[in-house]
Design a binder for this molecule. Structure first.
Ligand code: NAD
Length: 251
């Protein structure tokens, strides 16, 4: 039987990398998928791929920092599928490793905005629908940078630590509504986010592959974990950050 039959998921950052892989895997397990991205075209490509595979998906372009754009995207999914059971806060950026004194206000606001404020904005828009549906799951993409310094700059590390705290409080506060919140904490994964760094500096790819698993991760490694956390297979897991890093944090 399909693990997400009858569910509807709102997935952000769905036009690329992990968000696209999560969207496709959720749809393959029976979920309706609302694919949302800043880039409306790539979000539409994700939805088209799902529909071509026999799944059910609609898409919307939205900046996850923008309440009005997010509300409009939520409405697209409501019109198509009638409600929500599942949210994946996945959109994020990683475009610098600047320490604090090299971080200006614009950089801080951009990274904290896309990676952390977004969880506040999007969850506030979707959670009432999940509660109205009788419960469901919220999954947020954090990072190994939720636990250690050095994997990002000041703003990135702060944003990903924040996502973990957000997830824990959400899990505690909404468990009575039958909502489970958890985070995914990836190490180095081959996506549109990391490719430019590795192509500019191939030695860094070798460095990132030198984990116990002896490879960088694939987007579908993350999608399989997201499926587990979204399905009833994980029904006793609340408010945790699952590390999925090929063993990076062990070294
Ligand atoms: P990606 O760049 O392939 O995909 C991210 C998507 O988010 C893109 O399609 C982009 O257009 C979208 N996006 C960016 N800003 C947005 C905004 N303001 N509003 C809506 N959408 C926006 O990256 P990915 O590697 O798949 O990253 C997904 C998540 O995983 C991010 O939160 C990232 O921080 C996290 N992460 C990635 C890695 C890695 O190694 N790739 C490691 C740890 C955590």
């Amino acid at each position: 039987t399909l693990k997400l039959a009858g569910r509807t998921a709102f997935v952000t950052g769905a036009g690329s990398g992990m968000g696209r892989a999560i969207s496709r895997r959720f749809a393959a397990e029976g979920a309706n998928v609302v694919a949302v991205d800043l880039n409306a075209e790539t979000a539409a490509e994700t939805a088209a791929a799902i529909n071509a595979e026999g799944g059910a998906s609609v898409s919307a372009g939205a900046d996850v920092r923008d309440r009005e754009q997010v509300a409009a995207a939520v409405q697209v999914g409501l019109d198509a599928f009638g409600g929500y059971t599942t949210l994946v806060n996945n959109a994020g950026i990683f475009d610098n490793q600047a320490p604090l004194l090299e971080t200006d206000d614009a950089l801080w606001e951009r990274v904290i905005g896309v990676n952390l404020l977004s969880a506040y904005v999007v969850t506030k828009a979707v959670l009432p629908h999940i509660i109205a549906a009788g419960g469901g799951t919220v999954i947020s993409t954090a990072s190994v940078a939720s636990f250690v310094a050095g994997s990002g700059g000041a703003a990135y590390t702060t944003s990903k630590h924040g996502i973990l705290g957000f997830t824990k409080q959400l899990a505690l506060d909404y468990a009575p509504h039958n909502v489970r919140a958890n985070a995914i904490c990836p190490g180095a994964i081959d996506t549109g986010l990391t490719r430019p760094f590795w192509e500019a500096d191939p030695a860094s790819l070798e460095l990132f592959s030198a984990v116990p698993a002896k490879r960088v991760g694939e987007a579908d490694d993350i999608a399989r974990l997201a499926l587990f956390l979204a399905s009833d297979d994980s029904s006793f897991i609340y408010g945790t950050g699952v590390v999925i890093d090929g063993g990076f944090l062990l070294t």
